[in-house]
Design a protein. Structure first.
Length: 310
């Protein structure tokens, strides 16, 4: 791919579409929304407002770290605290699609709708990539950032138009452009993390306490596997319980699944053959989390499984 040409074309197109209007984009810190943020700021400067929406579903310290990394690049990111809104929209929901829908609705209609109005933005810059579109159209999964392909007219539904500068790229292409732009490895090499965040890794209801459990497990898995070179690694909280023993007492505890995969573009994936020692260490650390007495390693490739559990 000719990265220089790609970037120049996208900058020109964004400038042409937006003109002297205002645009907004939500940065999650993931490689896709990070690249959109950088290209968007090159195209629009102060006409673009970038927000990080804290939806209560992020990893440990993530909101603050993302703001810091972009400050070093000279880009101001506003942290918007919407934790309560997302948690109340998710309360009592257990169906995967209903959970995704609740997050989408809260994001686009409530939180974003309000920010767009406040700023007077006419355009929303989005980090949709080709794989998101293909999987949504194929009915595999309703990706959180897909609208037009589902027949939703964002202008009519939410009052703004969407610009998707990355929609011809897959994950490997996005990383290539990030490297070309010399973005820090923390951005270009960042493992994929889904828009609906930790909600995709909690089977059953998303509650503050269950989020805390999966967040702690995620920190352990990310710490242990940071040098694995794998495409993606994650922790999932199941909705089942199993008998175990703690401090010589019977305990009906929670179950964490560790997933670690190799992939090029997340359309298909194989399971990483992690060393036994590593798996053992992860299991020991995970079962020290309050209320968790089992740790499983997922041996399923994609397909038939997907990467995330929700
Ligand atoms: P699945 O679970 O669909 O995941 O096999 C494929 C890749 O996409 C990520 N993923 C998402 N990314 N919004 C995103 O931006 C989403 O709604 C979403 N769902 C899954 C997932 O982490 C994996 O890398």
């Amino acid at each position: 791919m000719d990265c220089n040409r790609f970037v120049e074309e996208q900058i020109a197109q964004i400038k042409q579409i937006v003109g002297d209007a205002k645009a907004i984009n939500a940065l999650s810190g993931g490689v896709d929304s990070s690249l959109v943020t950088v290209i968007g700021h090159r195209a629009l400067g102060h006409q673009l407002r970038t927000v990080f929406i804290d939806n209560a579903l992020m990893r440990e310290g993530e909101p603050q770290r993302v703001v810091e990394v972009f400050a070093l690049l000279g880009i101001t990111v506003e942290l918007v605290d919407s934790r309560k809104e997302f948690l109340s929209a998710l309360a009592h929901l257990t169906d995967p699609e209903e959970k995704r829908q609740a997050i989408t609705d809260t994001f686009y209609s409530k939180v974003f709708g309000r920010l767009v109005k406040e700023f007077g933005a006419k355009f929303l810059l989005h980090g949709t990539i080709l794989t998101d579109i293909e999987e949504t159209v194929a009915g595999i999964k309703r990706q959180h950032n897909i609208l037009a392909q589902l027949g939703i007219d964002p202008q009519a539904a939410y009052g703004y138009s969407v610009i998707e500068p990355l929609k011809t790229l897959r994950k490997d292409g996005v990383r290539e452009v990030c490297k070309f732009l010399e973005l820090p490895a923390e951005i270009s090499q960042r493992i994929p993390f889904p828009g609906p965040a930790l909600a995709t890794r909690i089977v059953g209801e998303v509650t503050p306490q269950r989020l805390e459990t999966v967040r702690t497990a995620t920190s352990i898995v990310e710490d242990e596997l940071a040098d694995s070179g794998a495409f993606q690694y994650l922790a999932v909280l199941l909705n089942d319980y199993a008998t175990g023993i703690r401090r010589n007492r019977r305990e009906f505890g929670q179950i964490i699944v560790v997933r670690c995969i190799e992939s090029i573009d997340a359309r298909t994936a194989t399971v990483t053959e992690l060393p036994w020692d590593k798996l053992n260490r992860i299991s020991q650390r995970i079962t020290q989390i309050d209320g968790v007495n089992r740790c499983l390693y997922d041996l399923t490739p994609k397909p038939p499984a997907t990467v995330e559990y929700v």
